[in-house]
Design a protein around this ligand. Structure first.
Ligand code: CP3
Length: 348
């Protein structure tokens, strides 16, 4: 699909057009490192409210756009946001992270999960995406996102963030059919949810399988890869031209496998050299990220040098400048600004 000249840079890059510079955005670019976000959080302490009230979600999504003019605007939401629509309640507790009300551990619980109907349970997401798309015009590209089945399952089975994933691994190795039923339910619902995001205005979508790097490659091929692919196939069947990005934390051992899911762009963490990764990823697939979020605790020179080094090693590839994971709380805002501004001064 050839886009018009005024299509935004990130979208043109993702679609494989020759561009003048790499686009730049940041995972978790809206959030706690910004004072304006912390002030709003003091007023609205519930994460669920901030992410499910359309006015608040819209306002927070736009905070980094107003501050830094990134090439991508990502919906302010969470990978867990679709869960209540499937009958799983959750909250996010300050300094503890996500908590699932009744962790899913039995066949009965999986059988009773509701099929997600995004236009009903997630209409607020549709509203926010539609408003964002209208208001950012062609100045930036609008991104939607979801969590992949394995990572969602890790939360709903463990019940919270986990260190060693012993409960879901116990399920994987003792009751694999139970886990497959859950993963399959998520794959179908999440595929529908992504399509709904595209229909509502998302121009690119990113799939976060953040905890798939916890699996050995042989288990990745059973519990993560096939369900990533199922989500991707559902979206591509109706929207073959919508670029899809896949992110996994700790992906160095499964990069070739990520490339085989049908995804358009692989988002790398920082534990792999981007030059090495580039040789392991077919040329038609783009690369995003790779910069250690910790670099933003350094100074202007260290940030600029790392961007230069990463960009030069990625050259010759379709590349999107981004971090290797979300920007960390406590990052100085002026360093985020340097990242965006210096990133936008690069050119091919
Ligand atoms: O990128 C963006 O700006 C969009 C916002 C976004 C959030 N969560 C907002 C959020 C995105 C893309 C996510 C995705 C997400 N959520 C992932 C995948 C990305 C990744 O980091 O690997 C995961 C694993 C989650 C689950 C989750 N939600 C965690 C681990 C946490 C942090 C818990 C904590 O307190 O540190 C959340 C809560 C959350 N989601 C916050 C934000 C800004 C922090 C809570 C707050 O602001 O009060």
């Amino acid at each position: 699909m050839q886009m018009g000249k005024d299509a935004p840079l990130l979208l043109r890059t993702a679609l494989g057009e020759k561009v003048e510079r790499p686009p730049v955005w940041m995972m978790r670019q809206a959030g706690r490192y910004m004072k304006i976000y912390r002030d709003l959080r003091d007023k609205y302490p519930s994460f669920r409210e901030r992410s499910e009230n359309p006015e608040l979600s819209y306002e927070i999504s736009m905070q980094p756009f107003h501050a830094f003019k990134p090439d991508g605007v990502i919906l302010f939401s969470d990978i867990l946001t679709p869960l209540p629509g499937m009958g799983i309640n959750f909250e996010i507790v300050e300094s503890k992270g996500p908590l699932i009300e009744n962790p899913i551990r039995t066949f009965d619980q999986v059988k009773n999960l509701k099929k997600l109907i995004p236009s009903e349970s997630l209409s607020f997401v549709g509203d926010v995406l539609t408003s964002l798309r209208k208001d950012i015009e062609n100045k930036s590209t609008l991104l939607g996102f979801v969590g992949a089945p394995w990572t969602l399952a890790a939360y709903v089975v463990e019940g919270k963030s986990s260190k060693n994933y012993s409960i879901i691994k116990s399920m994987a190795f003792r009751e694999p059919d139970l886990l497959h039923n859950l993963l399959d339910h998520f794959a179908e619902s999440i595929g529908e949810y992504l399509k709904y995001q595209v229909e509502s205005g998302a121009q690119i979508v990113q799939i976060f399988d953040s905890w798939a790097g916890q699996l050995s490659p042989q288990d990745y091929d059973i519990f993560a890869g096939p369900y990533q692919k199922k989500v991707i196939d559902i979206v591509k069947k109706e929207y073959p031209d919508t670029p899809i990005i896949l992110y996994i934390s700790g992906s160095a051992g499964v990069i070739e496998r990520m490339a085989r899911t049908g995804v358009d762009i692989i988002s790398l963490d920082w534990t792999v050299d981007i030059g090495d990764a580039s040789e392991r990823i077919p040329n038609n697939i783009g690369i995003q990220g790779n910069i250690d979020p910790g670099i933003l605790f350094g100074n202007a020179d260290s940030i600029k040098n790392r961007i230069d080094e990463t960009f030069s090693k990625a050259s010759g590839r379709k590349y999107i400048l981004n971090l290797g994971h979300g920007i960390l709380p406590g990052t100085p805002e002026e360093n985020a600004k340097i990242f965006f501004e210096y990133g936008k001064s690069l050119h091919y």
